[in-house]
Design a protein around this ligand. Structure first.
Ligand SMILES: Cc1ncc(COP(=O)(O)O)c(C=O)c1O
Length: 460
C-alpha cells in the first residue's frame, strides 16, 4: 500500500491486497473526488505516464482507470491539451451523502449471494459434543455400508418422517455428500446420454451442469411466482428436476393442486421426479406443504442436505427413494467407492440423537426471520420482492430497463456481491432481478451490505 500525491494534492491510495483490481480502485477514487468537489470541472488530470509513475503502477492500470472514467462521462480528452474533468459535479447529491456508509476499499467484500447459512464465530456445545463422541470410537472394520451406516439411516429416516412427513424406513435412505452428489449418482445410474430431463427455467445452475455433464437433453420448463408451471410439461420427458418447497431462485412454494398435478403427470407418463428439498427447514408464517415424496415414493426421489442447516462444508445429505432404487444406487456405490466417510456420518448420528440438529434449525429460523423482514423492508422501494415466505434468500425483481448484471458489477465495485437473476435464466424470458441471500453475513454486515446495495440501486 502507498499514498502518493498527484496534482492538487489529491491522495490516491491503492491496496494491492484488495480483490478489487487496481484500475477500479483508482477510478473510484477519482469519481469520489469529482463528486465531492475536490476535483472541480475543468481540472486537468495528470497524464497516464505521470500518474503511473507517481503510483508505481503500470501505465496500463492508469489508462484503464481513465478509460473507465471516460466511458462513464466523468472526464474528457482534449486533443493536444490533456485530460480534464467534465462538468458532472452537481450529480446525485443523495448518493454523495450515502457514500460515507461504504466500506473502506481495503475491507473484504460483503456477500449477499444466496445459499450459504450463517456460521457463528465459535462452535456450539452440541457440535463439540458430537465430535468428542466420535473421537472415543474406533472406526468400523472394513468398508462399512455403501448406502450409509445403518444407525444413521435409521435415525435419518425418523427425522425425515417427522419433519417432512415422508413414510420411509432405513431401507429408503441413502447418505450422500449433499444434493448435487445425490443428483449426479442418480443420473449416472438411471439415465442414458441423450435422455431428456425437464429442469425449471430459471433454475439451479449445478443441476443444469450435472445434466449437461451426463449429456442429457435439457427441456426448459417455465416458472411463475408459485413455482414450476406443471401444465407446460410434455408427456415425452422421462424425468423432471424440481424445487417445490422454495423454487430456486424465484422462491415460489408449489401449491398443493400443482403438486397433485405433477404426481398425476409422473404416474401417467412413468416419469421420475427429482425433488430437491434444499432449504425446506426454513419457512416463515406460512403452513407447511407436503413433500412430493410424501405423495408417492415410487415416482419421486427426494434429496435433502445439511448445507443450509449446518454448513455446506460438511458435504453431507441424504436421498430418499423406494427401496429398490436405494438398492440400485448402493450397489453402484459399492463398486465405485464413492460414499461419505464414517466420521461425518457418526457425528451426524450424535447430533440427531442429542437433538442438536433440531436446535440449530430452530435458532437459525429465528435469526433468519428477522433478517428476512429487514431485507424485504429495505429493498421494497427498489422493485418487487418475491419468494420471501421460505428459505434463506429473496428475489428482487427490477424494472425492465435495468441490466441486473451491471448492477452486480457496480455492487462489487462498491463492496458487495449479489447474484443477477439473469445468471439463472436459460431460454425462458423474464424480468431482470437480483437473488439476495440474507443468511451469510452477520446482522451488522447484512445491514451494511444492504445500505451499499440500495445506494447502487438508487443510481439506476
Ligand atoms: C437449489 C439448490 N439445491 C441444492 C443446494 C445444495 O447443494 P449441496 O447439498 O450439494 O451443497 C443448493 C445450494 O446452494 C441449492 O441452491
Amino acid at each position: 500500500m502507498g499514498s502518493p500525491f498527484v496534482q492538487s494534492s489529491l491522495p490516491l491510495i491503492l491496496d494491492r491486497a484488495d480483490r478489487l483490481p487496481l484500475h477500479l480502485q483508482l477510478a473510484e477514487q477519482f469519481r469520489a473526488a469529482i463528486r465531492d468537489g475536490r476535483l472541480a470541472a475543468g481540472h486537468r488530470l495528470p497524464s497516464t505516464r505521470d500518474l503511473a509513475k507517481d503510483l508505481s503502477v503500470s501505465r496500463s492500470v492508469a489508462q484503464a482507470a481513465y478509460d473507465q472514467l471516460h466511458a462513464e462521462g466523468w472526464i474528457e480528452g482534449r486533443t493536444g491539451a490533456g485530460t480534464f474533468v467534465t462538468d458532472v459535479a452537481p450529480l446525485q447529491p443523495a448518493v454523495r451523502r450515502r457514500a460515507a456508509t461504504r466500506p473502506d476499499p481495503a475491507e473484504p467484500l460483503l456477500t449477499l449471494r444466496p445459499g450459504i447459512p450463517y456460521i457463528g464465530p465459535t462452535p456450539d456445545p452440541g457440535w463439540r459434543r458430537a465430535w468428542r463422541e466420535v473421537s472415543t470410537q474406533s472406526p468400523p472394520p472394513g468398508y462399512d455400508d455403501a448406502a450409509g451406516t445403518p444407525a444413521l439411516r435409521e435415525a435419518l429416516a425418523e427425522h425425515v418422517r417427522r419433519v417432512r412427513g415422508i413414510a420411509c424406513g432405513p431401507e429408503n435412505l441413502l447418505i450422500t455428500n449433499g444434493t448435487v452428489h445425490g443428483l449426479r449418482l442418480l443420473l449416472t445410474v438411471t439415465r442414458q446420454p441423450g435422455d431428456r430431463i425437464a429442469i425449471e427455467d430459471p433454475g439451479y445452475l449445478n443441476a443444469v451442469i450435472a445434466a449437461r455433464d451426463h449429456r442429457l437433453e435439457i427441456v426448459d420448463v417455465p416458472v411463475d411466482e408459485d413455482g414450476l408451471q406443471v401444465s407446460a410439461l410434455t408427456d415425452d420427458v422421462p424425468a423432471a428436476y424440481v424445487t417445490p418447497s422454495h423454487q430456486y431462485p424465484l422462491g415460489g412454494r408449489l401449491p398443493v393442486a400443482r403438486r397433485n398435478e405433477l404426481i398425476r403427470w409422473a404416474r401417467r407418463t412413468g416419469a421420475m421426479l427429482i425433488e430437491d428439498d434444499y432449504d425446506s427447514e426454513f419457512r416463515y408464517d406460512v403452513a407447511p406443504l407436503p413433500a412430493l415424496a410424501q405423495l408417492d415414493l415410487d415416482r419421486v426421489v427426494h434429496l435433502g442436505t445439511l448445507s443450509k442447516t449446518l454448513s455446506p462444508s460438511l458435504r453431507l445429505g441424504w436421498l430418499v427413494a423406494s427401496d429398490t432404487m436405494v438398492d440400485r444406487l448402493a450397489t453402484f456405490r459399492a463398486e465405485s467407492g464413492d460414499w461419505p466417510g464414517w466420521p461425518m456420518q457418526a457425528a451426524l448420528l450424535t447430533m440427531l440423537r442429542d437433538g442438536y440438529l433440531d436446535q440449530a434449525i430452530r435458532r437459525s429460523r429465528r435469526l433468519y426471520s428477522d433478517r428476512r423482514t429487514h431485507t424485504c423492508t429495505v429493498l421494497a422501494p427498489y422493485g418487487q420482492v418475491i419468494g420471501q415466505d421460505a428459505g434463506l434468500h429473496i428475489t428482487l425483481l427490477l424494472p425492465e430497463h435495468v441490466d441486473d448484471r451491471q448492477v452486480a458489477v457496480a455492487g462489487r465495485e462498491a463492496g458487495v456481491v449479489v447474484a443477477p437473476l439473469s445468471e439463472y435464466r436459460r431460454t425462458t424470458p423474464g424480468p431482470p432481478g437480483l437473488v439476495i441471500g440474507y443468511a451469510t453475513p452477520s446482522t451488522e454486515n447484512l445491514h451494511k451490505a444492504l445500505d451499499i446495495l440500495t445506494d447502487v440501486l438508487s443510481r439506476r
